[in-house]
Design a protein around this ligand. Structure first.
Ligand SMILES: [Zn+2]
Length: 68
């Protein structure tokens, strides 16, 4: 009986640690897409995806390129 309790406690502990760790650290794929460098569709300048401007599925480095 004691072994069963110990085993159950271990399982809960592992599950809790894994779940908490997963919640604190967002999936690495999100980080890499945030920091990905993509070329401007107008001038070819590489810009971070999160700082780029997007229109009609194309990425631009600045508002000037976007509106040109
Ligand atoms: Zn540009």
């Amino acid at each position: 009986m004691f072994k069963l309790l110990l085993f159950t406690g271990l399982l809960v502990g592992v599950y809790y640690v894994f779940f908490k760790k997963k919640a604190l650290n967002p999936p690495s794929s999100d980080n890499s897409s945030d920091e990905a460098m993509i070329p401007c569709a107008k001038c070819g300048t590489y810009v971070q995806l999160k700082e780029s401007f997007m229109r009609e599925g194309k990425y631009y480095c600045s508002r000037e390129c976007l509106e040109a």
